[in-house]
Design a protein around this ligand. Structure first.
Ligand SMILES: [Fe+2]
Length: 497
C-alpha cells in the first residue's frame, strides 16, 4: 500500500500537468478573419463580416462584441454556415503540346464549413474586442477596429502577387503588421498558382493569420485587419474544374461588396465560362452564391476616399460600352470624396519586360482622368514602379481595333515631370503604381539600374527587393512609402490637394 500511494499520486500529478499543458484541439480549419462584407458605404453604425472554417461537424457557434459603448459582451446575432466542398479532379485533358496529358487528379478537398457572422453597430474608427464561442465556450478572441469615417485619417498597406509560400511573403506580412494599417489591399494574385482552396490553406492563411508576429513566419493580420482584394489571373482566370475542382476560392472565402456591374453578354469573353467537370461546377456555384461572378468588380468608401476595384483579367472586355458606363457612373458618384483610387491587377503602364504587352487597361485612362482619379494601383508585375503623373489619349491600331495582337495599346501620353515635393505636390494627371513585389519571385531585377530600359512614363523602378506600399491619407494629403521586406524605405512621395 505504501508503494501504491506514491504511484497513484504520481499519476494524478501527471494528469494534472497534462490538463494544464496540453492545449485543447484547435476547433478551426482556418481561424477567424475579417472582411468588409457587402457594405460599400460608410455608416454611423459600421459593420464587418467575420469568417472562420471548421470541419464539417455542425456545432453551435456564437460571436460576441464589446465596443466602448457596450458595458458587456453583446451577441452579434445569427451566425451563418455553409458547406464548401470540391470533388476529386479528373485527369486533365491533354493540352496542345500534350504537356498536361498525364497530370494527376486533384487531391480531394473534404467538405468543410465556412461560418460567417456580421459584427454590427461598430463605432467608426474605434477599436473593439470580439470573441468566438463554440458551444457557449470562448475559443478565440482578438482586437480590431471599425472602418474609419470621412473625418478620420487612415493608413493602409498594399501589396500584390503574394501568396506563393516564400520567405519574402512572410517578411512582407511582418512589415505590414509593423505598419499597423487600418486595412490591407491586395491588387491580385492573392494565391498561387491557381487560386485553389488547397493553396489558400498552404500559402495564404498560414502567413497572414499566425498567432505570433515574426519576419520568418508571418503575422496575425487577418483576425484584426480587414483584407480587401482584387482578382488576379492566378485567382480567377483558371476556371477549368476538370484540372482544378477546388478553383476560384476567391468567391468562396472572400466577402466584399456586391455593387459591381452585372456584365452583359459580350463583356466577359466566352473563354472564361466555367469548363471541365460538370459535377464540380454546381458545387462551386452553390458555395459561391451571389458572389460569383459579381464580386470581381466593386467599389467602396474608406475614410475620405472612394475605391473602385476592377477585374482586369483578359477575359474581361473593358472596351464594352456597358462596363465603361458602370465605371464612369461609379466615379461620377464619388466626386464628393476627397480622394479617388482605382485598383486592379494587370497594370496599363508597365516598364518591365515581363508582361509588357498586357496593356488592356490603358484605354480606361480617359475615364480615370474625367473621373478625377488620383492614383491607380496594380500588381501582376513582381516589382515596384511609379509613373509620372500622366494623361493618355488612346489610339486605335491599324486594323481599327483598340489593341494589337499581343495586347499592346497605342496612344500618346503627356507627362507631368514637374511633380515633386512641397509646392509641386499637385500632380497634373493620374499616378500609376505597380506594387506587385509582395512575395512571389521578383521580375526583371536587372532593369532597376538600367533606366534606359524604362518606358518614358516611368519615374521609379525598384525590382531588386520585395516591398509593400504603406499609404497614409490625412485630409488633403496622401503619402506613400514603399517599404522593403527588411523595413528600408525605397521610395516615397506625397500628393497634396
Ligand atoms: Fe498576375
Amino acid at each position: 500500500m505504501s508503494k501504491l500511494i506514491p504511484a497513484a499520486a504520481s499519476l494524478l500529478a501527471t494528469a494534472l500537468l497534462l490538463s494544464q499543458t496540453v492545449p485543447a484541439p484547435d476547433p478551426f480549419l482556418e481561424k477567424p478573419y475579417l472582411q468588409l462584407g457587402d457594405a460599400p458605404k460608410l455608416s454611423a453604425a459600421e459593420s464587418l463580416v467575420l469568417i472562420w472554417h471548421t470541419e464539417n461537424v455542425p456545432e453551435k457557434w456564437d460571436v460576441e462584441v464589446q465596443t466602448s459603448k457596450d458595458s458587456a459582451w453583446r451577441n452579434t446575432g445569427e451566425v451563418y454556415s455553409q458547406v464548401v466542398s470540391a470533388p476529386v479532379g479528373e485527369p486533365a485533358i491533354a493540352g496542345k503540346n500534350g504537356a498536361k496529358k498525364d497530370a494527376p487528379a486533384s487531391p480531394a478537398v473534404e467538405p468543410h464549413l465556412v461560418y460567417r457572422a456580421r459584427l454590427t453597430n461598430l463605432v467608426p474608427g474605434q477599436e473593439f474586442h470580439y470573441r468566438v464561442l463554440r458551444a457557449g465556450k470562448p475559443v478565440f478572441d482578438a482586437l480590431a477596429h471599425a472602418r474609419k469615417s470621412a473625418g478620420q485619417p487612415f493608413r493602409l498597406a498594399l501589396f500584390g502577387d503574394c501568396g506563393q509560400g516564400t520567405p519574402s511573403e512572410n517578411a512582407i506580412a511582418y512589415q505590414a503588421y509593423l505598419a499597423k494599417p487600418d486595412f490591407i489591399f491586395i491588387p491580385g494574385d492573392i494565391v498561387y498558382g491557381s487560386g485553389r482552396i488547397s493553396e489558400y490553406r498552404t500559402k495564404f492563411f498560414p502567413s497572414y493569420n499566425t498567432d505570433e508576429p515574426s519576419a520568418a513566419d508571418g503575422a496575425p493580420l487577418l483576425r484584426s485587419v480587414v483584407f480587401i482584394g482584387a482578382p488576379g489571373n492566378h485567382d480567377t482566370d483558371l476556371a477549368n474544374f476538370r484540372r482544378f475542382p477546388d478553383a476560384l476560392a476567391y468567391f468562396l472565402y472572400w466577402d466584399q461588396p456586391l455593387n459591381g456591374p452585372v456584365a452583359p453578354s459580350g463583356a466577359i469573353k466566352a473563354a472564361h465560362e466555367l469548363t471541365g467537370s460538370v459535377s464540380a461546377q454546381p458545387i462551386f456555384l452553390d458555395g459561391a452564391k451571389q458572389r460569383y461572378p459579381r464580386m470581381a468588380n466593386f467599389s467602396f468608401d474608406y475614410g475620405n476616399s472612394h475605391w473602385t476595384v476592377l477585374d482586369a483579367n483578359t477575359y474581361m472586355d473593358w472596351n464594352n460600352a456597358s462596363l465603361r458606363e458602370w465605371l464612369t457612373k461609379d466615379l461620377a458618384a464619388a466626386q464628393s470624396a476627397t480622394w479617388r483610387f482605382v485598383a486592379f491587377h494587370q497594370p496599363g503602364f508597365n516598364s518591365s519586360k515581363e508582361h509588357f504587352t498586357e496593356q488592356q487597361m490603358r484605354p480606361l485612362s480617359p475615364i480615370f482622368e474625367a473621373g478625377n482619379v488620383d492614383i491607380v494601383f496594380a500588381g501582376h508585375v513582381h516589382n515596384y514602379q511609379r509613373s509620372f503623373p500622366l494623361t493618355f489619349v488612346p489610339a486605335n491600331q491599324p486594323d481599327g481595333g483598340p489593341a494589337g495582337p499581343k495586347g499592346e495599346v497605342a496612344g500618346a501620353w503627356t507627362l507631368d515631370k514637374t511633380f515633386g515635393d512641397g509646392a509641386k505636390a499637385k500632380p497634373h494627371g493620374v499616378i500609376y503604381i505597380v506594387s506587385g513585389a509582395g512575395g512571389a519571385e521578383l521580375y526583371n531585377p536587372e532593369q532597376q539600374t538600367d533606366p534606359a530600359s524604362w518606358q518614358p512614363f516611368t519615374d521609379k523602378f525598384i525590382s531588386q527587393v520585395h516591398s509593400l506600399s504603406v499609404i497614409d491619407v490625412e485630409g488633403k494629403t496622401f503619402r506613400l512609402k514603399q517599404v522593403s521586406e527588411t523595413g528600408q524605405i525605397v521610395d516615397s512621395f506625397r500628393v497634396s490637394k
